[in-house]
Design a protein around this ligand. Structure first.
Ligand SMILES: *Cc1c(COP(=O)(O)O)cnc(C)c1O
Length: 398
């Protein structure tokens, strides 16, 4: 919670300060696995405390505390926990709040890693899962909840299909039925959406993406109530998905410019999406900021003045056009991941999904010409020129 009423940038820069008695303006890197105890009694106290500040780094570290304060303040949550990756953050939430045989409600088009983790729980621990097909249909979420449901998981906008979910509606269902709700906030970031303020219990993000923002670290965060985060911390204390202090320090540095970066990237995306819609080679653009996107209305209500910087667009030329398009680009880089300062592009049909059966691709909405585009903070004119080069190459392929 941000008690000071600061804006997003002031919060990101000043909410967490773990100077530890030094006069340095930026926080030093506490690259240590362990801290000296001032007296024996301190050892006894720390061994029983939740996240003692300076004890043993699997339990906590000043560089983690700093990031956690910033993330909790930005998310409007009581507390936050940093982990070694987005996936370990989800694994921690599942491990903390699910028992074998429980039931979970999750979107059908969820991030592939999250889907595979849930299916692993299904195969090994008898987890029951109901997959929601139309995330905009609140009734479908409501009907999916049974008396065995322990978690409702949403992801908005979703990876990679940009499906939108009404988080306030999901939170209301969870509260009414006594089910804990979780939102993957990786794409929206707390700049555009604060799930906890909309009533969601836990906001989970891959900090590898926008929060870090420079494609130079892997990390995850969980934000929520004091009690829920203490329970998650108890899990990580035992299972050990501990972030490295250097990565935590880099994450804090990235967070300081979060607002500037995601605003700029989102502005670039908004304008490029509008431009892409007019290109004759483009059959479809999936971006919640365009008026004809099915989730536009909900996104406008739920997202604070921007729609994020992820989109996908479908080339009419199909597989070969998609391939040639990617190969011709000079600025926009071919890579998985997203959310960095640099624009990244991916062509699922010739890359991640080359060996996926056609019927599965159809179910996932992966067409042969589909490109997933993580718009960076470069100059918009340069990105446009680069995309034009791609279109020329795609045309030549026909
Ligand atoms: C990348 C990603 C994750 C997983 O995070 P890692 O940091 O790669 O472990 C989870 N959810 C979404 C939406 C993501 O994009």
């Amino acid at each position: 919670m941000d008690p000071k009423g600061w804006g997003l940038s002031t919060t990101a820069i000043h909410a967490g300060k773990a100077h530890n008695g030094t006069r340095s303006v930026t926080t030093p890197i506490f690259q240590t696995s362990v801290f000296e105890l001032m007296e024996n009694a301190e050892g006894a106290e720390f061994a029983n405390a939740v996240e003692p500040p300076q004890f043993y780094t699997r339990w906590g570290n000043p560089n983690f505390s700093e990031v956690q304060q910033v993330v909790a303040s930005l998310e409007g949550a009581e507390r936050a926990l940093v982990t070694s990756s987005g996936m370990s953050a989800f694994a921690t939430v599942f491990d903390t709040f699910l028992q074998p045989g429980d039931h979970v409600v999750a979107p059908a088009a969820v991030y592939l890693g999250t889907e595979q983790l849930l299916r692993r729980w299904e195969a090994r621990k008898g987890l029951k899962i109901t997959w929601v097909q139309n995330t905009l249909d609140t009734g479908e979420w409501d009907e999916a909840v049974t008396d065995r449901t322990r978690l409702i998981l949403a992801e908005t906008p979703s990876n990679p299909t940009l499906a939108v979910t009404d988080l306030a509606a999901i939170a209301a269902i969870g509260r009414r039925k006594g089910v804990r709700t979780v939102a993957d906030n990786t794409f929206a970031t707390p700049i555009f959406t604060k799930p906890v303020e909309l009533g969601i219990d836990l906001s989970v993000s891959s900090a590898t993406k926008y929060l870090g923002g420079h494609s130079d670290l892997v990390a995850g965060v969980i934000a929520g109530s004091e009690a829920d985060i203490a329970a998650c911390w108890a899990t990580t204390k035992l299972t050990g998905p501990t972030l490295d202090p250097i990565a935590a320090w880099l994450l804090h540095r990235g967070l300081k410019t979060l607002y500037l970066r995601v605003r700029r990237a989102s502005d670039n995306a908004q304008s490029l999406a509008a431009w892409l819609l007019w290109q004759p080679q483009v059959a479809r653009v999936d971006y919640p900021g365009t008026k004809d996107h099915p989730g536009h209305e909900v996104a406008t209500r739920q997202m604070n003045g921007g729609y994020g910087a992820m989109m996908s667009f479908d080339l009419r030329g199909g597989l070969v056009a998609g391939q040639r398009f990617c190969e011709a680009l000079r600025i926009i880089t071919r890579a998985v991941s997203l959310g960095g300062v640099e624009s990244l592009i991916q062509h699922p049909a010739s890359m991640s999904h080359l060996r996926t059966p056609p019927e599965v691709k159809a179910r996932l909405g992966i067409t042969d010409g589909l490109l997933r585009f993580s718009v960076g903070i470069e100059d918009e004119a340069d990105l446009k020129a680069d995309l034009e080069t791609g279109f020329l190459a795609a045309d030549a392929a026909r």
